[in-house]
Design a protein around this ligand. Structure first.
Ligand code: ATP
Ligand code: MG
Length: 590
């Protein structure tokens, strides 16, 4: 199905940070872009200084840096000056504990203010910080603490008892556990008294741009999670890409719904809005349609960065958006999974603004491909490369990955041809290592390109279209199809709420396309409906339409919201289920 482009009216273009794509690309270079950050007084670069102190020393000192909504709905505000002081104390405390620059501080916290303080305070101390998603169980926590050789962990009493105490003696590097909030009998020390006793004066470590800063684990969609290491220089890319791809600017009320346990929640849910002098909205609570609309309305959110799963759920709730005043919203963006065109268009109808899809990865540290505020949207497309980002599509071999012959790769040239999406390294937030896995890191490069593992197509105007994961693409009766294309088609059927598609070995076709489908409320999982959906798929997709359909009450998701197709496949074929550390536990029981 072809979707008409969404045209941007002149007044929308005129106010956008990126008004003219061709000019922005032509004029861009990373050296000049670097002037967006101030650097430490006296030399060096530290993300936390760019995010907090630079503003706290100036006219923004009294402006809200963080508006935090607790689970009960109460709102607490922290100014840039508040944040500067508490992060100073945190950095001083870490140093007083004898923790040295470069050592790893982990957090295992819900979205509470101390999470933001611990991340920024650790950066000030020159430590490498790794925020973990608080819903991880003990084993995933242990894996990551051990892989990253954690020295310090900041968590809460309840999370400590349930998830850390059982594994603590298996992480020998872990010298200090500190508790946000109250500490009970027999618990490790509480953070508050330690912070109160520490110096409020700034003594930011003189980190250099290439010093390590952030350790982020990938979502584990395709296998065991990898720890991607980023350096302080990444802040240049966080800042610039937020301006271009999220249209972010000083004074915005910015809500990124991703948890800082994922790279989106740190690059854009923490660092970028602060470097811009915006106010960051953080909601401790989980997704609930009314709650989310209330946050948008009550906080007067201007820029909203969220994910396809959440948008699809809001879409299922029909006209709910009409009951809320969303007039403050200026820009909506989505990341993490393919965004089906229905959602882009629904945004315009129900929320008053179309949704801008963008693409990037834990490894890239910042948005690489995007739809822009001042440019037309092609629904279903991820958009075009950011200024300063060189992308390529590489010809693929039989394993689905880029074909490397004697060290060389070949780019596909024809519009519409698919290839492995590759990026030319050189932007500041590019990862510098998979922590303690040099072999795995080296394998992601060939012939001067970083190989993303995703397959895409490019149209004649340079817009990129997601096809699938390179090792996910299904070969059925001589045809190649990405699960996403099939899923996207099925989503257009009114009964289908969500779809996960896999290739299943078949003696005749090579692989047969099988779809797992969750239904919208009001539809029953009958064989008539199954036949109807299969016929619907055949009409739209022809030869690559699903031949089998199975209804499921829900599909397995990673905790960052992606459909875990490898698990659907493993279960279908009775293969080992592999690393399930990032599986959303509600899905774990079938
Ligand atoms: P792992 O690398 O551990 O298998 P992961 O790749 O899902 O997990 P992330 O780095 O969190 O881990 O996610 C990046 C991936 O998410 C991309 O490579 C891509 O497959 C998918 N993705 C992100 N944004 C989009 C988008 N706009 N459209 C389609 N896919 C997207
Ligand atoms: Mg990945």
């Amino acid at each position: 199905m072809d979707w008409a482009p969404i045209r941007k009216p002149p007044e929308v273009r005129a106010r956008a940070n990126l008004r003219d794509y061709a000019t922005a690309c032509r004029d861009f270079d990373w050296t000049t872009a670097r002037s967006a950050v101030s650097g430490l007084p006296g030399g060096g670069l530290n993300i936390a200084y760019e995010a907090v102190d630079r503003h706290a020393e100036g006219p923004r000192a009294g402006q809200a840096a963080l508006r935090w909504i607790d689970t009960a709905g109460g709102v607490t505000e922290f100014t840039y000056a508040d944040l500067a002081e508490r992060t100073n104390r945190f950095a001083a405390m870490v140093r007083d504990l004898g923790v040295r620059q470069g050592e790893r501080v982990f957090t295992l916290l819900g979205r509470v203010p101390d999470l933001y303080v611990a991340v920024l305070g650790s950066l000030k101390a020159g430590c490498v910080v790794s925020p973990l998603f608080s819903a991880f169980g003990p084993e995933p926590v242990r894996q990551r603490l051990a892989l990253g050789e954690a020295t310090v962990l900041v968590t809460t009493s309840s999370l400590y008892r349930r998830k850390v105490r059982p594994i603590r003696d298996r992480v020998p590097s872990l010298r200090h556990v500190l508790l946000s909030g109250a500490a009970g009998e027999g618990d490790p020390p509480a953070l508050d008294p330690l912070l109160a006793a520490s110096s409020p004066e700034a003594q930011i470590a003189r980190t250099a741009p290439e010093d390590p800063a952030l350790l982020h684990f990938t979502s584990g969609t395709t296998g065991a999670p990898k720890g991607a290491l980023h350096v302080h220089d990444a802040v240049v890319a966080h800042h610039v890409t937020a301006a271009y791809a999220l249209d972010l600017r000083a004074g915005d009320m910015f809500w990124c719904t991703a948890d800082p346990g994922w790279v989106t929640g740190t690059s854009y849910g923490l660092i970028a809005p602060l470097t811009h002098g915006a106010t960051l909205v953080s909601d401790e609570g989980d997704f609930e349609a009314h709650r989310w609309y209330r946050v948008l309305e009550q906080q007067r959110v201007t820029v909203w960065y969220t994910a396809p799963t959440a948008l699809r759920m809001l879409m299922r709730h029909g006209g709910l958006a009409d009951r809320y005043d969303l007039s403050a919203l200026r820009f909506i963006a989505s990341v993490g999974e393919p965004l089906n065109p229905e959602v882009v268009v629904w945004g315009e109808e129900a929320l008053g603004l179309p949704v801008h899809d963008n693409w990037w990865q834990t490894e890239t540290g910042a948005i690489m491909i995007s739809n822009f505020a001042g440019e037309d949207i092609r629904p279903g497309s991820m958009g075009r490369p950011l200024p300063g980002i060189e992308t390529g599509l590489l010809r693929r071999g039989p394993d689905g990955r880029a074909l490397v012959t004697e060290g060389r790769v070949q780019q596909v040239t024809e519009p519409g041809e698919d290839g492995e999406l590759a990026l030319r390294p050189g932007w500041p937030s590019m990862f510098r290592a998979y922590w303690n896995e040099p072999g795995r890191y080296a394998k992601t490069f060939a012939d001067g390109w970083y190989l993303s593992g995703d397959v895409a197509r490019r149209d004649a105007d340079g817009y990129y279209w997601f096809v699938g994961r390179a090792d996910d693409v299904i070969k059925s009766a001589g045809h190649l199809v990405g699960p996403f294309e099939v899923e996207s088609t099925l989503l257009a059927h009114p009964a289908v709420a969500e779809a996960g598609v896999i290739g299943k070995p078949d003696p005749v076709a090579g692989e047969l396309v099988k779809a797992f489908v969750a239904l919208n409320p009001g539809h029953d999982a009958t064989s008539e409906l199954a036949s109807e959906i299969l016929a619907f798929g055949r009409r739209a997709l022809g030869a690559v339409a699903p031949k089998e359909i199975e209804f499921a009450t829900q599909l397995p998701h990673t905790r960052s919201g992606k459909v875990m197709r490898r698990l659907l496949k493993a279960r279908e074929l009775n293969l080992p289920e592999g690393d399930l550390s990032t599986l959303e536990t509600a899905d774990a029981a079938r």
